[in-house]
Design a protein around this ligand. Sequence first.
Ligand SMILES: Cc1cc2nc3c(=O)[nH]c(=O)nc-3n(C[C@H](O)[C@H](O)[C@H](O)COP(=O)(O)OP(=O)(O)OC[C@H]3O[C@@H](n4cnc5c(N)ncnc54)[C@H](O)[C@@H]3O)c2cc1C
Length: 309
Amino acid sequence: MIQPVQERVMGSQYCSYRVGGPLDEPYVPKTLDESIEILSLARERGCPLTVIGGGANTIIASQGIRGITFLCKRLMFVEQVGELTFKIGAGMPLARVAKLAQDHHATGAEFMIGVPGTLGGAISMNAGAMGQETAGIIDQAIVYNLETGEIEAWPHEQLMFSYRKSVINPKKMVVLGAQVTFRSGEPQAITELIQKSLSFRQKHHPKEPNGGSVFKNPLPDKPSGLLLDQLGAKGWREGGAMVSPLHANFIVNVEHATSTDILKLMLRMKHAVKAEFGLDVFPENRFLGDATEEEKSIWEELTGHVWNN
Ligand SMILES: Cc1cc2nc3c(=O)[nH]c(=O)nc-3n(C[C@H](O)[C@H](O)[C@H](O)COP(=O)(O)OP(=O)(O)OC[C@H]3O[C@@H](n4cnc5c(N)ncnc54)[C@H](O)[C@@H]3O)c2cc1C
């Protein structure tokens, strides 16, 4: 029987913003069997369940997370099932997926080299960059259905990928792994794309703790970063959170930021874009955990949805 992690675990250890309070009952499964055991337990108890991959797109509440937290990071199997087809665990770091493809002279995953996080999180978010996205390599996701308690294979079409979105709702289904197929590529072109991605990030992404792009782009030709830059948002601050001086769509944790600091800063950014350009921007970041009443109401304003975490 798998046990929760015994020592005190803080959400900040699993969140690239380095925010997040205590996790009541964290589990770190390494195998599919352990994962099923934990998810069945959550189902039987009917207790809150929170799923976290690399925490690279997630703000974790400073009050922490109640109930079971399923931390996917160690679920890292790889099995080759065809020439360029692999079954990969949900916890596999994206950089390792990129390397796996490169080692097989295959294309489609180069963008993953510089994107922090796990394969499961990338499927949920349909992460992408440089004209590639996660959807491009996914044949099927292997999910645990929390409504039925069954393991199911969801084919590509059923995952309904769109811009930074898929049908995966971690309250209803947890990605345990995926079958991916890369395309045969030209080794030099693959290496060049990987190098391009790494050097772009080196130059344009902040070094301080952050959660990547805060807002999705409201329109393909109107990137949120550009709009916010034009507003002079770089350097805006709320408590310990600041809009990165390097990239106006990134918030960085410069001085013990709380989840509330980040959310308040996001709201200021959203209001400013609306006032100046008449455009609504919506969060790319997710917000998980035990929100305060103030945080719930800010999140509702940011997303336009009722808080239902
Ligand atoms: C410096 C930096 C640069 C970034 N650059 C990019 C970029 O270029 N392109 C891009 O798209 N993103 C980018 N991101 C954001 C982030 O890396 C991606 O969204 C990534 O896919 C998140 O993966 P994760 O495992 O960390 O997800 P998490 O943050 O852990 O989770 C994200 C969401 O997915 C859910 N989830 C996680 N794992 C599972 C699972 N196994 N089953 C079901 N639901 C799950 C979570 O509950 C949460 O709702 C960047 C982030 C940083 C910090």
